[in-house]
Design a protein around this ligand. Sequence first.
Ligand code: ASP
Length: 705
Amino acid sequence: MKVPSKHAALSALFALFTFSAGAKEGMWIPTLLEAVEGEMQAMGLHLTAEDIYSVNQGSLKDAIVHFGGGCTAEMVSDQGLLLTNHHCGYGQIAYHSTVENDYLTDGFWAMTRAEELINPDLTATFIDRIVDVTERMAGAEDADAEREAIVAEAIEGTDLEGKVVAFDFGNSHYLITTRTFRDVRLVGAPPSAVGKFGGDTDNWVWPRHTGDFSIFRIYADANNAPADISEDNVPYRPAHHLPVQIGGVEPGEFTMVFGFPGTTEQYLTSDAVEFVINELNPMRIGMRDASLAVINAARASSAALRIGYADKQSSVANAWKKWIGQNKGLIELNALGKKRDLESSFAKRASQAGNRTYAACVPAIQALNAEYFPYQTARALFIEYVYYGADILNFAHAFRNAIESGAELEEKGEWQSTLESLRGTVSGHFRTYDAATDEAILAALTGPYIAHTPRPEFLPQALQGVANGTDFASDLFGKSIFDDEEALVALLDKGSPKAFSKLAKDPAFQLIAQLRSTYFETVAPEYGRLREALDLQTATYTQALRELFPDEAFFPDANSTLRLTYGKVEGSAPYDGMRYEPFTTHKGILQKYIPGDADFDLPEDLVEALRRGEWGGYGNADGDLPVCFTGSNHTTGGNSGSPALNGDGELIGINFDRTWESTMSDILFDETRCRNIMVDIRYVLWVVDIYAGAGHLVEEMDLVR
Ligand code: ASP
């Protein structure tokens, strides 16, 4: 694809905003901070843009970690110690938990380095540098080749990785080089009664009393470079680690959040917002209602299932609740009306300006959207059914090579290693697998999947004519081998490629193979073509908005790259007669405490410790233990675990959520309503040091007051 010729550079765009007031909306590219340095300093920043992001010296960015690809974390010691959210480390905490050693319920604290727990496949990525390559990309005949050349030049002879990322629908491009560590160990996690206090009830809700943190350590080789997991590795020495401020923050104080926001969709046109509200969200919410009913019942039935399905429950429930709030907020804020108003004044200004490209872009987007929506629906259904649905499907898919190419693998001498790796897959999968639960999930999702499939050709043959999801699932599980560990182990022991080839007829393998081929052959190519066409038009639209509405701010959407957002400590008044204070304390934990409740129970020793009130230097001036606070920093998913920093770049908290009234902010940000939620670092330290007795970890940190 050829990249559209560039209009004005983003840096020019940012220069404009220096003069606009109240710049709380926006996720700033760290290389362009000079444009807002003045405003940040006026709000209380005592650092320079160069202190935050520099390629010449250690800067704040060297303490910021892309954790596991989807979250953020921050370095807090010169020995590789990092803090992130409990919900970001949840998969690892659950992975190490058993009914006997239940770290989810009881918490986990490594008292020595030897006790830290290894996590296969967990990564921690640092940004080396971010370079604007827009001009080079705009001049390129072959964008893919140019991208590759830019990366190859940048990483040659280094241990870096690199990629060229499109920003703002391709209006600009940045080269981002990174260094990824592969040995990241679990060091500490509070009990879920702290780390997930309030459960699904309090998720996305203020006032909040969750200690949503966990602690890991990055290990490197003797040269401080990334290495595979090994006993020889040593704690990583970062170029910068954050000082930890235990003096607290005041209402109105400057804050910034530095991390990796995932996705925002601020430039959806009105028809697309209508589609999200009326079709996409209700469909996804409905499917998750159905699977959550199964998962929640299973988890309530036994300790093994409570642990085994903890991670799946969390990931299904998190977006499910967000979408519910998002729809509510979009409707309350009249997002549709606002988008339509913007589009009609846009049309007027574009025609006054006599710019036909500009005038044509919104109708062009809407025409493309009409074609795009069925593909978007099909893609969302595939994600829900395959990635958030029954685990038997992806598990069966892991056998594809052995089933389809066993003989060739044997010829190439790769058969034994294939069997070996499948043994690992089987034992990993069955550690927590429950066939009855999985069958019930498949039963619950099959009906909705079929009913929502927008076109007959998007439905795999195996699902055509299926009238009853329960019967379908029971038949599939009755015939498939993929829910039977013993049978699979016996097959692996026998090890004949021929026996594996017979599994091609297995109904679970058939179903996933057909789901994938239908999706990748019938849906994905057209989805991709339309997405590209939409990006081209939307690039013009964002550019035109900036030109035709010079007094308004239009920020580049989040795209999982490093961004800085800033605001201040403040509450909100989301509804008439209702006020949110910006701080919560330990008193609220005790007020919410309900013995025996799944979301609000507390361990006895925690209740006693909170009642005793010995804060060990982490209390506030009123003698309370601060727990969470809110701020007007523009954040989204992916900012989970991001450091909340004061004007001196000191750690004051860890970002983990947004308030219920902010859940629509990915599509429509509202400065009066949108608040991010952070756990106060003093609560984190009190839990680690005083409650859990893991003070050796706090000793590694640089505390300041
Ligand atoms: N709690 C959020 C998440 O799950 C963070 C956010 O979106 O604000 O990603």
